[in-house]
Design a protein around this ligand. Sequence first.
Ligand code: ADP
Length: 679
Amino acid sequence: MAILPILQFEEKIVEIVEKNPVVVIIGETGSGKSTQLSQILHRRGYTKSRCIAITQPRRVAAVSVSRRVAQELGVRLGEEVGYAIRFEDRTSEKTIIKYLTDGVLLRESLSDPELRQYSVIILDEAHERSLNTDILLGLMKRLIKLRQSNLKVLITSATLDGEKVSRFFSNCPILNVPGKLYPVEIQHIPETPKSYVEASLKAAIDIHVREPEGDVLIFMTGQDDIEKLVSRLEERIQNLEEGSCMDAVILPLHGSLPPELQIRVFSPPSPNCRRFIVATNIAETSLTVDGVVYVIDSGFVKQRQYNPSTGMYSLDVVQISKVQANQRAGRAGRTRPGKCYRLYPSMVYHDIFLDATVPEIQRSSLAGSVLYLKSLDLPDIDILNFDFLDPPSSESLEDALKQLYIIDAIDEDGSITNLGRTMAELPLEPSLSRTLLEANECGCLSQALTVAAMLSAETSLLLGQSKSNDKKRKQVPSNLPNGSGWGDHIQLLQIYELWHQTDYNIDWCKENNLKVRGMMFVKDVRKQLSQIMQKMAKGSLDVKISKRWKEGPDYRALRKALCSGYANQLAERMIRHNGFRTFGFKSQLVQVHPSSVLTADEDGMLPNYVVYHELIVTTRPYMRNVCAIEMQWVRPILAKLDNMNVSKLSGGTNQSNEKIQVATVDLPKDADIAKPSID
Ligand code: ADP
């Protein structure tokens, strides 16, 4: 096998790293950045007294790359080479090369702000511009000043604007690793297809029938479309005349695939057999699949976007950027000249695609990040003026401050509260952390831990469906409990408690259509959260672990805790409508998501007040994971909202009381929205 490009630059890399605290390394995907840089620096003594950390924006990449490096070094994963992702730590005392998600490194810096255990920190895949990597970039700037002589920071990327990052780090050197990329012939189709799944299917079959050997990589937007295409492709290939084509294997590749299925794409291709790899944009730069000669690019990607003025998330299928399109095409030319079939006209590429992808920091809720930065207590860090590579909008920062204020994480002057500090220590989003702490006070911590763990499960727990099509949830035939009329959080709790009563029986999961792996993951997460809380209770923080397990049939204590945690995600039922309006900066008219178990009472009415886990726009704005709460718990929250002074929260001196609107909402004339959402 050809030597990886980065290895040809070993001397140069070592020399430049020796002389500079920060270095930007740009190299084509597959040039060896993720797997080789850590090994080069390990060979050159950087692991003698401290370890090397390599961050990855994606959990799968951290697991897959560390597995590969352990293999190359001939060591057991979890020993000299390990990985740490949220709720899964496979490192040990022996670990000297540690792959971790950017979020885990941020969390580590809470207990060790100078990250002293590391001699080198490699921020890998910086071009992905994940929210956490962007925050790490800002923190690294500060850290290299503090640890000048004994910390090296490497920022690696396949496509990043190196000049910009270099300027950010006082013009640090940029090392370009030229990779060998064979020419890729690009073909556009003349018209945008009606269905890109169908268009991909046609292109794949055409390649299989007409083109010489070589694997095909197909970019889809998500698990649903991948599954659809995989089964259609299997069917079509089976129906091809025997002997007319070579054999074929079809492999899906996405983040929710179990690891043992993910690694199949790395096993060497068998001769005279074409592999079709049907992937999300995970295969764009994070995972390099060898043997690809043909790429089919749908031109789309699924992206979560947050709108700070409405507090709503939307999961949109959006057009990729030019940078992404070029990356995708590049996957075809790694081993020999290849072809890329773009399922969109060239005009779309030139005139409609953005040049680069919008960084996550400009399309995410920043509540968690702002709480994190505040809890670092760095005198020289001011949130609104934090040194970001691309700053988020002030609207989005203010939105984060408001959310944190409503859930008591910061006070009216914007300073972090003791509660906020405790919340930041939990590896959960602020609302769930707040729920746990309130539950601790209300004596229902055990139940809240279960709910938090169930909500933290990466994918849907029900078999045969992904998050995006969980509309079917109500229709799944099973004997699962229904939340007793209090909503989805309570249902999640009841499911887990039933499973607990069976002594975590695997067959019970299967009988009830629940994913065994998912439920085992929940059990593990619950245990970890409980351990973290117990550790906190031993520290200086006032956390009391309550052992109480059962409560009354109305789950009052738990619902109250959820109300405190989700005080920023509160909605009131509209009179006569059965739709809800949210409270917050701007009232929104929303409905309960059809997947919810929350049902109307005998009079056909839904509860008057609910809290929700998230607002998501699909065909219309929906609240997902909803819990009924009581009016008396809502009053103090409304009073707080009413007294909120945004300018003070932001640390400003302007005392004009910029109050939050809670009382008015314009009802659309269109009666459709007023229809009850639940039968
Ligand atoms: P880069 O970070 O520059 O994109 P990588 O270091 O990820 O490059 O990949 C270098 C080579 O290692 C590629 O040929 C890739 O296929 C291979 N590789 C990476 N991860 C694995 C893995 N888990 N199993 C097998 N091969 C892998």
